[in-house]
Design a protein around this ligand. Structure first.
Ligand SMILES: [Ca+2]
Ligand SMILES: [Ca+2]
Ligand SMILES: [Ca+2]
Length: 235
């Protein structure tokens, strides 16, 4: 059940996220912790979700390359610490994970429907899940249009700004498993442009959320954020 307090928290969280000051709000931290409780330990079902393991644990319709030499060929990806070590034309930026870790970086495909990242995970029937992550444009031109799927169901679209490549933006959506016992999660760039249309993603998560109030919060702030808040609060 979603209580008035839960929605107050959500409201506060929205304000703080929009102000990019969530990390500095002790009140909000307490609010989130009180509401989320034990389910903040919800297990992330995605393997190598922060890409610290390198090019492993997922599949891609794109080709893995160590360096992407120019705007073409498209439909190539890498797993790197720094954007410009993969494509020298990209503005230099690191990943989204605190500390030293990789991100997936890609030159968007000119062919429709290709997933630049996908992974199949086991799920429990009749359970609500939240799929979330962070995405950024990797170049200053032609923003990627990233659609995220659970199976054939579209959970949403994010079009990360080209104004400041490397500024990761949060995306999230919910999905109910119904009779499914596994699901293929997919990230697809619907922009088919060759010039620009470059992207990076990081810190993906897919978690079961049995309670409505918790689902609302997880959908909003994401598991990585809650983990960060918990660690911060216990220091
Ligand atoms: Ca990372
Ligand atoms: Ca980092
Ligand atoms: Ca491109």
């Amino acid at each position: 059940m979603v209580t008035a307090d839960d929605w107050l928290c959500v409201s506060h969280a929205k304000e703080h996220i929009s102000m990019k000051s969530i990390f500095h709000s002790f009140t909000l931290t307490a609010c989130l912790l009180a509401t989320v409780g034990a389910t903040a330990h919800a297990q992330n079902l995605i393997t190598n979700a922060d890409f610290s393991g390198g090019n492993t644990g997922f599949t891609s319709d794109y080709e893995f390359v160590l360096t992407n030499i120019s705007t073409t060929p498209t439909a190539e990806y890498g797993v790197v610490l720094l954007s410009n070590t993969w494509n020298i034309n990209f503005p230099a930026f690191g990943d989204n994970t605190p500390g030293i870790s990789n991100m997936l970086i890609a030159n968007g495909s000119a062919v429709a429907g290709q997933a630049f990242w996908s992974q199949t995970v086991a799920v429990t029937q009749n359970t609500t899940y939240v799929f979330s992550g962070f995405a950024t444009s990797a170049f200053t031109q032609s923003a990627p249009v990233i659609e995220y799927f659970a199976g054939t169901t579209s959970l949403g679209i994010i079009t990360p700004s080209t104004a400041t490549p490397g500024t990761f933006e949060f995306f999230t959506g919910t999905w109910n498993s119904g009779t499914n016992t596994s699901v293929e999660l997919r990230l697809v760039d619907n922009n088919l442009a060759e010039n620009g249309n470059d992207l990076a993603v990081d810190d993906l998560s897919f978690v079961a959320v049995p309670e409505g109030s918790t689902a609302a919060l997880l959908a909003l702030v994401g598991v990585p954020m809650l983990g960060f808040l918990r660690r911060r609060a216990t220091k």
